[in-house]
Design a protein around this ligand. Structure first.
Ligand SMILES: NC(=O)c1ccc[n+]([C@@H]2O[C@H](COP(=O)([O-])OP(=O)(O)OC[C@H]3O[C@@H](n4cnc5c(N)ncnc54)[C@H](OP(=O)(O)O)[C@@H]3O)[C@@H](O)[C@H]2O)c1
Length: 372
């Protein structure tokens, strides 16, 4: 599929996964690569894509000609917000559309619907008008299953838009995946689990998932099962998997978990030890099984106004941390064989990410704000 002359449209190229994907595509002798991006703070798409590429794992000099064609657009807008010229060129020439753009916030529900549902619909409609019947690669999420716990989940049992979801983000991603499946386009759906920016010294991306970790310094205990295990993968694994799948002449399935499964990380107790060591805690953070976290214990452990505010800010995250669901990746292993990408365990790069987070003035500001 990723062969000489193949033209690819990528959305979300300023983001964590999309940016690394663009970097990988640059190294391929394919045709055109368009990167649809919004303007922000007076920086247009060209500047934003160059800036993102300079922050990739093997950064590209912003002045270098990287060959990616930035196009101004917004997936939530009519006709993707593209100029008539860009719209016609991509519609006539695109062979693959890689849809990575999304609202990834757990709390901006309206924006999740607008971007992830309406935006994906716009892109699907666009794909349908394309001349070359492009392959639609949708970067979904393993969490399209909604609320589940203590399970190893396989691809075919997990798309549940109608299920209870912890937040609008995962629900909107599930709704969009269903739309992609029903689109009639040739599709490849990839479902990463939790993706971390290992290997990138970029604070913005480290903070996206791990923002709360520095705040845990202020707590003595949290209701997290010490034996629970998160399914976490480094961004390089996700990108290498997508490229590996696209390099296959033919795929056996249309959906793959890009997940750690049983191989990815140790239990929270191990991750907590790494955190204790990194922050040089005199008293280790105590992990209490949620079933044992009683009201009485909550009152005893979460005492100060600062602790109460930090605990409140964790409310959206704790259910995720405690899902303890792993996503089976045997399909990916079967498909890629000896080209299955390196999958280092989370604890091997967690301290590196804590180092990136420690340069975060926002964590300090948050603490000062809640202290005030
Ligand atoms: N990171 C994870 O743990 C993870 C796990 C599973 C699945 N995923 C999925 O993987 C994909 C990429 O995630 P990520 O972590 O790279 O996200 P990210 O870093 O938050 O990047 C999101 C990207 O989407 C773009 N975007 C948002 N709204 C847009 C709009 N209306 N029009 C055009 N572009 C828009 C953003 O552009 P701006 O820069 O202009 O905001 C940015 O480039 C998403 O679909 C996400 O659901 C991520």
């Amino acid at each position: 599929m990723l062969t000489r002359g193949v033209n690819v449209l990528v959305t979300g190229g300023t983001g964590l996964i999309g940016g690394e994907l663009l970097r990988a595509l640059i190294d391929h002798p394919i045709g055109k690569v368009w990167a649809l991006a919004r303007s922000r703070n007076q920086a247009g798409p060209a500047l934003r894509i160059a800036d993102r590429l300079s922050r990739t794992s093997s950064g590209i000099d912003p002045d270098e000609d990287h060959g990616v064609i930035p196009v101004a657009g917004d997936i939530s807008a009519d006709r993707l917000g593209l100029s008539a010229m860009d719209y016609d060129e991509i519609r006539n020439e695109a062979d693959i559309i890689i849809h990575s753009a999304a609202e990834t916030s757990f709390i901006r529900s309206d924006s999740c619907s607008r971007t992830n549902v309406a935006g994906s619909k716009h892109l699907i409609d666009f794909g349908r008008t394309c001349r070359r019947n492009p392959l639609f690669v949708y970067i979904s999420t393993a969490f399209v299953s909604g609320v589940m716990s203590n399970k190893l989940v396989h691809e075919d049992e997990s798309l549940r838009p109608e299920n209870e979801h912890h937040n609008e983000y995962t629900r909107s991603k599930a709704v969009a995946e269903q739309m992609v499946r029903d689109s009639g386009l040739p599709v490849l759906i990839v479902r990463p689990s939790i993706v971390l920016s290992a290997g990138l010294s970029c604070l913005q991306f480290a903070r996206a998932i791990l923002w709360f970790v520095p705040l845990l310094k202020e707590l003595d205990a949290i209701p997290v099962n010490p034996a629970g295990r998160p399914d976490v993968v480094p961004v390089s694994f996700v990108v290498d998997s997508i490229i590996g799948l696209l390099e296959q002449p033919k795929l056996k399935y249309d959906c793959y978990h890009l997940s750690a499964s049983h191989e990815g990380s140790g239990p929270y107790s191990t991750l907590s030890e790494v955190t204790d060591r990194f922050y040089d805690r005199s008293k280790p953070l105590e992990l209490i099984r949620p079933a044992e976290w009683t009201r009485e214990m909550h009152r005893r452990v979460i005492r100060t106004p600062l602790q109460r505010k930090i605990f409140a800010s964790l409310r959206n995250y704790l259910p995720f941390l405690n899902m303890s669901v792993l996503y089976d990746h045997s399909r990916l292993r079967e498909e890629l064989g000896s080209r299955f990408p390196a999958l280092p365990p989370f604890q091997s790069y967690f301290a590196e990410l804590l180092g990136v987070l420690s340069t975060d003035p926002v964590a300090g500001r948050m603490l000062n704000a809640v202290r005030a």
